[in-house]
Design a binder for this molecule. Structure first.
Ligand code: SF4
Ligand code: SF4
Length: 446
């Protein structure tokens, strides 16, 4: 096998998208563990799907990794304690997105004692892997939090031939996956082969943007490892253009297949896993410790000590900001500047799917003023899905209903933010797309 044969070029390149400044200031900074968190607030809704029911009550003793919430619904993911200590309350809280849900509040005893019941598990087939992902409480770690075990539920009528490992991390600032790759390389290496063998897939494609030479070198070692006796694992260098890491875009680049709106990757023969998910799942299988910590990139011009912080799930956002020396901030974004969400409630807790906190000051100077549309068409050119966001915005302004909005293919929008970024008139096109999608969802249309 020649070196070149292990590195693939994208099958298809996306049109549109945005050339963004990378701003990966924290890429070469080793992650810092945030210790001495005296209380965690663990929401029972940290995933797409049904919320969990609390399984503990005030006064119960818990360990790190103790199951504290679960639910029988197919689309849901169990929730575990991220500290050892005592449950002080179970109550309704407001999440960073404004939604309310039940949460288990735990006072830490400072010992971080792992649950003695945790144990390694053996995974030899796809069903074992699905169970492991569920027991681990694993969900999509950088996005909406779709439960991983649902993605890994195979069915005969939807054969899977390609596992895509997503190492693109295309949003500015965020380096959490990159640090996972550098700091937990062995877990990723072992995880890739474990998942590949359990799923028995023909092709494994590890996608990484070409602006990460260190990660490329490491991931090349996975693709060329002696474990790959049948030459199934390959590295794909992707152009560093935004939104290369979006699931739809990645599947298209890696396989040339188009994922229809409302469909799962399995509908086009693929499973996509984030690179950190691979490492988390491997660690769970090896140790029995479920998903209880999150690595977050903390950055922005109001942050004195930017870096990647590893924190117990349920840590209040303000504790992380405090540790990173964020002061006088006017805007907080949970996630990246393109797909993240501006938040106001910094007492809300970190959840499993959070991967960054950005804190900014002087935002007036950073924000484009909004003016009338000048019909330049840049928003359409920037859209990787080839939509017309201005048309959707105009339709909303004229009070269009679900049916009219659906005709504009609104539900295909991946909310990547490229249209808003490209608009010289500073129009909030992505917000309009989200609004239009909500109108359609509420009406039950497609
Ligand atoms: S319309 Fe949606 S998919 Fe297209 S650029 Fe805007 S946010 Fe991205
Ligand atoms: S990019 Fe902005 S100004 Fe240009 S057509 Fe789209 S909405 Fe109008």
């Amino acid at each position: 096998m020649q070196k070149g044969e292990k590195i693939l070029k994208p099958k298809k390149k996306i049109k549109g998208g945005a050339r963004l400044p990378h701003l990966k200031h924290t890429a070469e900074m080793e992650s810092v563990y945030l210790e001495n968190i005296d209380q965690v607030i663990i929401p029972m809704q940290q995933h797409i799907g049904a919320p969990c029911n609390p399984l503990v009550k005030k006064g119960d003793k818990v360990f790190v990794g103790t199951l504290i919430g679960d639910c029988d619904a197919k689309v849901s993911a169990p929730i575990h304690s991220s500290v050892s200590g005592e449950v002080s309350q179970v109550k309704t809280i407001t999440l960073s997105n404004g939604n309310e849900c039940q949460a288990v509040i735990i006072n830490s005893d400072g010992q971080m004692t792992p649950d003695p019941e945790l144990s390694a598990m053996e995974v030899t087939n796809a069903e074992d892997l699905r169970k492991a992902a569920r027991n681990c409480g694993l969900v999509g770690l950088g996005g909406a939090g779709f439960p991983t075990h649902v993605k890994l539920t195979l069915s005969d009528d939807k054969p899977i031939d390609t596992l895509i490992i997503n190492g693109a991390e295309c949003e500015p600032y965020i380096t959490a996956d990159y640090r996972e790759c550098i700091e937990s390389f062995e877990d990723i290496l072992e995880g890739v082969y474990l998942i590949k063998n359990a799923l028995n897939v023909e092709n494994v494609i590890i996608g990484v943007e070409d602006n990460k030479p260190k990660a490329i070198k490491l991931l090349y070692d996975i693709a060329s490892h002696k474990n790959d006796t049948e030459n199934h694992v390959r590295l794909m260098k992707l152009p560093s253009s935004y939104p290369q890491g979006a699931e739809k875009v990645l599947i298209y680049s890696a396989t040339g297949r188009k994922l229809p709106a409302g469909k799962l990757p399995a509908d086009v023969g693929c499973i996509v896993m984030n690179i950190t998910s691979v490492a988390v799942l491997k660690r769970y299988i090896k140790t029995g410790m479920p998903l209880v910590n999150k690595r977050l990139t903390v950055d922005g011009n109001a942050v004195e000590k930017p870096g990647n912080y590893i924190v117990p799930v349920g840590t209040p956002i303000n504790k992380v900001l405090e540790a990173a020396g964020a002061e006088d901030f006017e805007k907080i974004i949970l996630g990246g500047p393109m797909m993240g969400q501006a938040i106001y409630n910094t007492e809300a807790p970190i959840t499993k799917q959070n991967n960054a906190i950005l804190a900014f000051k002087g935002i007036k100077a950073l924000t484009k003023p909004t003016t009338d549309c000048i019909r330049c068409g840049r928003c359409m050119k920037a859209c990787p899905i080839r939509l017309s966001p201005r048309k959707v915005e105009t339709a909303l302004e004229f009070g269009a209903g679900a049916e009219e909005l659906s005709i504009l293919n609104t539900m295909h929008c991946i909310e990547c933010g490229s249209c808003s970024f490209s608009c010289p008139a500073g129009r909030q096109l992505t917000a309009s797309m989200r609004l239009a999608k909500n109108v359609i969802r509420k009406a039950g249309a497609k």
